[in-house]
Design a protein around this ligand. Structure first.
Ligand SMILES: *Cc1c(COP(=O)(O)O)cnc(C)c1O
Length: 465
């Protein structure tokens, strides 16, 4: 399997290369050259598979010869052994033909563990084979950092440095990062805001000369192809549980960077009978505006009670645009230039029509979301996290057909976001057992000024040999 760039001029890469590469050299994102296909009977044969067996079957064609069957199975087994629920991605019913897919059973209580537990194993395996060591560097405003740290903490060939804005992440989120004391894990609390962190990371990727010879930076943000690939699996898992391939299923997805729902789009393209894919957004609604009124213009970022969806522009949307424009890289360059230089882009009529047949969308603000948490708890005693509440309500409002099961992806555990729960007048969800002592654990992090030299010196002097 070869991977090609959405902007058409970067070289195509192998699976192994694409896992170690962030952005393509032409500024685009990598996608597989062809999408593997599963027939009706192929999907029937998946019924009854465990999550791990299904992950192997769904991911194998993307990986092709880069890993042997046993190697891939081994990586999957290790990645999902850290999940505390044996179902890995259990389904809970909340109404007639309405289900929540709990994707928060991993070590950091958010769906990002599905991708990052696997990516950590995969990177370490590839690096050992190549006898190479790398540095993972990333900026976080919350969920990504802890999931990346948990994914990489046991990796012999990775040193990981995560920057978060000092005193601007929640205490749960900080402690999930800073109480990991492995000697290859380094948290930097930068005296600045999230943008300062991100700019520091971007500049470091652009000029890596501060690293010793032979070391390179690797990105584990949601543009990494392996993350998307690992997320395709749970769409198959949920749909099969609810009667696929004989019966179609709808999905509603709390959306930020468009990585999670893009995986659902790929699952559908591979043959899984998905009827509706619903993009659920908060006040930062660029995708909802784009699908509903062809308005893909940047607006100021609003800080909402669902912070993991607070995104001005969704980076993975470019991967969808590439398909909408019949994989013409030049069209994508034109669109992205307009977005960068003019603050927005307008889709062609035919492309917008295509997007509308593929996706529905719905937007909720904080007050509407809080009411959903409250109402659902009153009716079912099920406590939703704020991101999931947006997804569930969007699914209810946007679905066409009540005979088709609607699955809302639960992207985080409610204990991670106590503010929204309190606003709904409910008492906080307790942290699960394995984290009950989070507030007593020892922390380790380094506060650094917003100064490139200081950060890069810190990194240089903390690499393992
Ligand atoms: C990252 C995240 C999202 C958004 O997912 P995307 O793949 O960026 O669209 C939604 N909810 C939670 C809790 C998250 O951590």
């Amino acid at each position: 399997m070869k991977y090609i760039s959405t902007r058409g001029s970067a070289p195509s890469l192998s699976f192994e290369e694409v896992v170690l590469t962030g952005l393509a050299s032409d500024g685009g994102l990598y996608v597989p050259e062809t999408l593997p296909q599963f027939s009706h009977s192929d999907i029937e044969a998946m019924r009854g598979m465990s999550y791990q067996e299904l992950a192997f079957t769904v991911m194998k064609p993307f990986v092709a010869d880069a890993l042997s069957d046993d190697e891939l199975k081994g990586l999957i087994a290790k990645a999902y052994s850290t999940f505390r629920h044996n179902g890995i991605a259990p389904l809970v019913q909340t109404g007639h033909n309405e289900f929540i897919l709990e994707l928060f059973q991993g070590p950091t209580l958010a769906f990002k563990d599905f991708a990052l537990q696997f990516l950590g194993q995969l990177l370490d395996h590839i690096l050992k084979k190549r006898n190479q060591k790398v540095v993972v560097m990333g900026a976080t405003s919350g969920d990504t950092g802890s999931a990346a740290i948990e994914g990489c903490r046991h990796c012999d060939n990775i040193d990981i440095f995560i920057l978060h804005p000092h005193q601007r992440v929640s205490e749960v989120q900080r402690r999930q990062m800073t109480t990991v004391l492995d000697d290859n894990v380094h948290n930097i609390a930068l005296e600045g805001n999230f943008d300062d962190c991100q700019n520091m990371v971007k500049a470091s990727f652009a000029d890596q000369s501060f690293l010793p010879d032979g070391r390179q930076l690797v990105a584990v943000n949601s543009i990494n192809w392996a993350r998307i690939m690992a997320q395709i699996v749970y769409y198959f898992y949920a749909a099969l549980s609810l009667g696929a391939p004989a019966r179609a299923v709808n999905f509603s997805v709390p959306t930020g960077n468009f990585g999670d729902i893009f995986a659902g789009y790929l699952a559908k393209g591979m043959g899984l009978p998905i009827d509706q894919l619903i993009i659920a957004t908060n006040q930062n609604d660029i995708l909802h505006r784009c699908i509903s009124e062809n308005d893909h213009s940047k607006r100021d970022l609003v800080h909402s009670l669902s912070p993991s969806m607070d995104i001005m522009v969704s980076s993975n949307f470019e991967r969808l645009l590439f398909d909408l424009y019949d994989r013409n890289g030049a069209s994508i360059v034109t669109l992205m230039d307009a977005l960068k230089n003019g603050g927005g882009m307008t889709l062609g009529e035919a492309e917008l029509a295509k997007a509308k047949t593929l996706f529905s969308s719905f937007r909720l603000d904080d007050a509407e979301m809080v009411k959903v948490i409250k109402d659902v708890f009153e009716q079912t005693e099920y406590l939703l996290d704020p991101h999931t509440a947006i997804g569930l309500e969007a699914g209810r409002r946007a679905r066409h057909d009540h005979n088709t099961p609607m699955v809302c992806l639960a992207t985080a555990h409610p204990a991670k976001f106590p503010e929204a729960i309190q606003k709904a007048g409910l008492s906080d969800a307790p942290l699960p057992h394995h984290m009950a002592d989070l507030f007593e654990r020892e922390e380790r992090y380094q506060v650094l000024s917003n100064d490139m030299d200081a950060v890069q010196k810190f990194i240089g002097s903390h690499l393992r040999t």
